[in-house]
Design a protein around this ligand. Structure first.
Ligand SMILES: [Zn+2]
Length: 263
């Protein structure tokens, strides 16, 4: 075998084995072919490991979409849905914490706890679908410089999904604190500092305050203007007639800074 032939053979094997290697490791890449991992397609793009409960699952999805449509109006193309009733399915697609995840605007994974408690399931499905509809208007640069801060992203998803687990009231101090969360990457620090209920609750309370002033149309306008490149704080102040600019700023350290200082 000539060196050139040997090289072509090795290159060919690498190309052929890459998808096999990717499929062999648990992770979200398996969402490309859920049928290979024991899931059944119960409706166009909706996959589950428990097709016997398809009717309940589709009813939950429909209820979730009603909530999201009530805010966004007509929804974009449905993302691929991975409905995992068992932890084995959750692990197959790279989940470890029994939490719902949106992958860009292409796919969602809904965890087992959603199917033990259908009310919660509807919230989780609506929450992730809200992220999908919001992220649809983003460009690639949103990964490091999102057009809306992360508190707005999580707050909107919690608000639109009507998350009944979150506290009804929220202190102004907590609202100012969570407004320090800018990117997807710093959100974990905020959740780590005060717990998920307070972080999501404070984010949702900020969005509820804005909604009380702007309504659905004003909030959608805020999203459209910031997706088109307008700076978030400026657009929010303009739409709220200066109200948002009068809100207290958080003066403490962001949780990430505190953690790094301790090291
Ligand atoms: Zn979320």
């Amino acid at each position: 075998m000539t060196l050139r032939r040997m090289f072509l053979l090795i290159a060919g094997l690498v190309v052929l084995s890459a998808p096999i290697a990717a499929a062999a490791v648990p992770g979200p890449q398996r969402i490309v072919a859920p049928g290979l991992f024991g899931l059944t397609e119960i409706a166009d793009g909706v996959w589950t490991d428990d097709p016997g409960r398809a009717e309940t699952q589709m009813r939950m999805l429909a209820s979730a979409n009603v909530r999201v449509r009530a805010f966004f109006g007509e929804l974009g193309p449905s993302p691929r849905m991975i409905l995992c009733v068992t932890m084995m399915c959750e692990k197959t697609f790279g989940g470890t914490g029994n939490v719902a995840v949106a992958y860009g605007w292409q796919a969602l994974r809904i965890p087992p706890k959603a199917f033990r408690e259908p009310d919660l399931g509807v919230v989780l499905m609506a929450h992730e679908r809200t992220h999908v509809e919001l992220h649809r208007g983003w460009s690639l640069s949103a990964l490091w410089s999102p057009p809306q801060p992360n508190w707005f992203d999580e707050g909107l998803a919690s608000f639109v999904s009507r998350d009944h687990r979150l506290p009804k009231a929220c202190a102004e101090e907590a609202k100012a604190w969570i407004r320090g969360s800018r990117t997807f990457w710093d959100w974990g620090d905020f959740v780590g500092e005060r717990g998920w209920r307070d972080a999501y609750g404070a984010a949702a309370a900020n969005v509820a305050d804005l909604h009380a002033r702007l309504g659905d149309a004003g909030l959608r306008d805020l999203i459209a203007r910031t997706n088109a490149g307008e700076e978030f704080k400026a657009a929010m102040a303009d739409l709220s007639g200066g109200w948002s600019a009068s809100q207290p700023e958080w003066t403490g350290s962001p949780p990430g800074a505190t953690r790094h200082n301790r090291r």
